[in-house]
Write a protein that binds this ligand. Structure first.
Ligand code: FMN
Length: 395
């Protein structure tokens, strides 16, 4: 569940940015602990003033696409509108005009909390009114709205919070409405422990945006322990670890549910001058074989627990004697670090005791829980709780 938050202002010290950041943090702290927050800064998306001629010459500007895609990848929006001369800021209007050339429904049906603030007593009410009137035409489903007057009196910028209790209460109510609106989607997340192939395909639609193209840090750190021979990467995604091992001279097989992801993996391999064997399908249908692999690599495999146990049990047999198993998976403590990524259901997480239990056929050289900074694409960002395992099949 991701919420995209931005101020419709390109000012670096935007008061609307302060307000929307505060609103996003409150949404997570008080109503949606597992929400992933993405903050967009309009000053990073500045682009030439829209004109039909510019579009004809160069097509839709890539920054407008980035803006449109950021909205598309979110489950909900938090927007705070700056007011310039009774209207939206020109920076926002311009970005919006460009994005509307992709699809006039720029907001793509996303439930939205619309805010505004200004130093004056009307709190940007005119810009907010325009935004609310236009919302249905441009695909925004407004769930709640609030204008905050006299920003500099109402908001304590150092504390990053509203000091006016009545306004704080109103903002809380507006955010709760969004959380209530999103409740059915959250329940769905909770009872569906893993994504389907179609959902993974959708997540991987934009190449390497989700988890990046560079290998996982732990994989890189222990790669020297892999003996010569073929390597199997399960839940390989877009192939960042698979390509890394191929570049180190291994013959690599990459298995993943998502054909879209594996197409990107093959493209990455071509770009780096190596080859991969890719297998699109459920791990449940994949035969790991016997004494076959120099290494089996499993990074962030969000696999239902019964299947995970089966695969882990099969690893010792499937490795060559002396072959190694490399695992990094989110630990249950990750649930206390919302926003850093990973599954939101405990069943898909693994602590060191359960890892030891599931990997009994291997000699574990390393089995540890870490708190480490993960920075991989859009979906894995921040200090994270992970379980890392390096195990070997006895020679
Ligand atoms: C060109 C310009 C026009 C403005 N017009 C209005 C206005 O019509 N109503 C208003 O309440 N504030 C107006 N303001 C003041 C803005 O509300 C104030 O600059 C505010 O900080 C803008 O929001 P931001 O900091 O998020 O960019 C204007 C400011 C500028 C620079």
């Amino acid at each position: 569940m991701k919420v995209l938050a931005f101020a419709a202002s390109s000012s670096q010290h935007s008061i609307n940015k302060s307000l929307v950041r505060h609103a996003a943090e409150r949404l997570r702290a008080e109503f949606l602990p597992d929400v992933e927050l993405e903050h967009l800064a309009l000053e990073d998306l500045e682009l030439p003033v829209y004109s039909v001629d510019r579009e004809r010459e160069g097509g839709v500007h890539p920054r407008a696409r980035a803006f449109f895609d950021a909205i598309g990848s979110a489950d909900a929006l938090l927007i705070s509108y700056a007011e310039h001369n009774g209207n939206y800021s020109a920076a926002f209007k311009n970005l919006f005009d460009w994005a509307s050339r992709i699809d006039p429904r720029v907001f793509q049906g996303k439930p939205t909390v619309a805010l505004s603030t200004s130093p004056g007593g009307r709190g940007g009410a005119s810009a907010l009114k325009l935004a609310l009137a236009a919302a249905p035409r441009y695909g925004a489903e407004i769930v709640s709205s609030l204008s905050i007057p006299r920003f500099h009196d109402s908001f304590d910028r150092e504390a990053g919070a509203l000091r006016d209790a009545a306004l704080a209460g109103k903002l809380g109510a507006a955010l709760k409405r969004l959380a209530d609106h999103l409740a059915p989607t959250r329940r769905q997340d909770a009872i569906t422990p893993a994504f389907s192939a179609a959902e993974w395909d959708e997540r991987y639609a934009q190449p390497f945006a989700s988890y990046g193209a560079e290998p996982n840090d732990f994989v890189r750190a222990v790669a020297g322990r892999v003996p010569p021979g073929p390597v199997l990467v399960i839940a390989a995604g877009e192939g960042r670890d698979a390509v890394f091992f191929a570049e180190r001279g291994h013959e690599v097989t990459a298995v993943d549910l998502s054909r879209v992801a594996l197409d990107h993996a093959e493209a990455l391999a071509r770009e780096r001058g190596v080859t991969l064997t890719t297998v699109a399908g459920d791990l449940a249908d994949f035969d790991l074989g016997e004494s076959r692999w120099a290494a089996i690599v499993s990074v962030w495999a969000h696999v239902p627990p019964a299947l995970r146990r089966t695969v882990h049990a099969a690893c010792a047999r499937a490795l060559q004697p002396g072959g190694v198993f490399i695992l990094e998976i989110y630990a249950p403590a990750q649930l206390e670090l919302p926003g850093a990524g990973g599954p939101s259901v405990v069943e898909l997480l693994l602590d060191v005791d359960a890892a030891r239990q599931e990997l009994q056929g291997l000699e574990l050289e390393l089995c540890q829980e870490t708190r480490r900074l993960v920075a991989e694409g859009q979906h894995h960002r921040g200090v994270s709780a992970t379980t890392q395992v390096l195990g070997a099949r006895p020679a």
